[in-house]
Design a protein around this ligand. Structure first.
Ligand SMILES: Nc1ncnc2c1ncn2[C@@H]1O[C@H](COP(=O)(O)OP(=O)(O)O)[C@@H](O)[C@H]1O
Ligand SMILES: [Mg+2]
Length: 235
């Protein structure tokens, strides 16, 4: 479905991803793990067309989108939920949802968002920037639902949120996956991420050092080797 083939990305002189190949199969969840600075965010930015790789190819359903503008990736069903809060803070919740619903009727979009996160239903007229961090992240994720994407790229969406909100967010990700959406999941809560993933890829300094199923990691020291501190690996 989404394929990165031998992607190399550099910021100026500094090569950050080296010959990276990854596939997110139809309807599957791939966790992308690695220490700070390993290149996870860069991978997602390349996969949504925001960053142009120096070499390599990006395929969506076998169609080569290398070098295409981000809107072509969006049209092909790739939805990127970036680091931080991907909302327009000065617009209301309803305005944020309608803006993001270019593929859907706006009433349907609002209804879908509220079905994903009922709490948003009571906040439709509220300015997004005045909501709590958790509510803003729910709004950013509701966008993924409203657009009916085929692949969602998630960059540490649970970062800095209260445990109850994190659970709500993981329940939503599970729902997306059950509905057949493919997920490329970058997450600091490694155990939670592995629990909902079909495959796991580990990046170290821009290179793929492990690709397999979560079960294959049991009893190995791969986490200690590549993920830095121990508290990162316990949910
Ligand atoms: N805009 C940028 N300009 C220069 N270097 C960057 C930029 N963004 C990230 N980097 C560097 O690229 C490497 C990978 O970063 P990133 O993809 O953000 O890693 P991760 O998300 O795994 O923490 C890091 O060494 C980081 O310092
Ligand atoms: Mg990052």
């Amino acid at each position: 479905m989404l394929e990165l083939q031998g992607i190399t990305v550099a910021y100026g002189e500094s090569v950050v991803l080296k010959d990276l190949s990854l596939t997110v199969p139809e309807g599957r969840t791939l966790a992308l793990l690695g220490a700070n600075g390993a290149g996870k965010t860069t991978t997602l930015r390349a996969a949504s067309g925001v960053l142009k790789p120096a070499s390599g190819r990006l395929l969506v359903d076998g169609v080569d989108l290398s070098g295409a503008q981000p809107y072509r990736f969006a049209k092909a069903g790739i939805c990127h939920v970036p680091e931080g809060r991907g909302v327009f803070p000065s617009l209301t919740v309803r305005e944020n949802l309608v803006l993001q619903s270019y593929r859907t009727d706006s009433a349907v979009a609002v209804e879908r968002a509220v079905s994903a996160f009922p709490r948003l239903g009571q906040k439709l007229a509220q300015t997004a920037g005045t909501m709590s961090g958790g509510e803003q992240q729910m709004l950013a994720l509701a966008r993924a639902y409203v657009q009916q994407p085929r692949v969602v790229l998630l960059d540490e969406v649970s970062m800095g949120l209260a445990p109850k909100v994190v659970d709500e967010i993981f329940a939503f990700l599970t729902r997306l996956a059950e509905e057949g959406v493919s997920l490329l999941l970058v997450e600091q809560y490694v155990s939670k991420a592995l629990a909902i993933s079909d495959y796991v890829a580990i990046l170290s300094r821009g290179r793929l050092v492990f690709l397999g199923e979560p079960d294959e990691l049991a009893g190995t020291d791969i986490f200690a080797q590549y993920l830095g501190s121990a508290e990162q690996v316990t949910a």
